[in-house]
Design a binder for this molecule. Sequence first.
Ligand code: C5P
Length: 223
Amino acid sequence: MAKLCIALDTNLPQALELIKALRGYPLIFKVGYKLFISHHRAITDRVKENNFELFLDLKLHDIPNTVKEGVLSAKDLGADYLTIHISSGEEALRQAVAVKGRVKLLGVSLLTSLSEEDLKSMGVCLSKEQYVLSLAKRAVELGVDGVVCSGQEVKRLKEGIEKSFMAVVPGIRLEGDPIEDQKRVVDIEGALQSGADILVMGRSILRAQNPVKRMEEILLKLA
Ligand code: C5P
């Protein structure tokens, strides 16, 4: 069964209120730069104490030893999921995998904000699709547990990568929701049909009049 991850893209009081309101539901909370840099354990500890899974979206990208130390620190914080740029390189991925323990490493391939033109300017001659598949495949072969990708990429990646991995899909919108800055959105049914394992949702839930009711409706669709 696919899991629901709520992106805590809010300020600290709103995040704490949401965690309290959603106690008891099977959820993952994603903590990114905004909350983590300012509040660190004041947010991660609350997620864990309330028995939710913790997704640290820090997109590690550095030399192998620094990446390894970052993974160890995330492990100490009790992170269940941690993002890492696949383009950190094979040795960084190897060292991250070697120390991750029960932390699930999620590889970020190409940021969805980058275009084929950006790739060309970085000297990459592959198409966006080929580039994402080649990065994701190598990361999974090296032991990364999952890949962050758009709902439109999941099917191609699952067909193109033999070893099983978790497809983690942001950019999900319910009917009638504004798309805002996302480019390649899918709805929940589309994400599930394509084989998404974790659905990452922010504004569709955070901005609903009743976020708890909205989240309950989504969980029913995942059941
Ligand atoms: O509000 P919305 O549902 O668009 O939020 C999606 C979340 O997923 C945000 O926290 C965003 O940073 C994250 N994300 C994304 N696209 C990626 C990787 C992460 O939207 N490729």
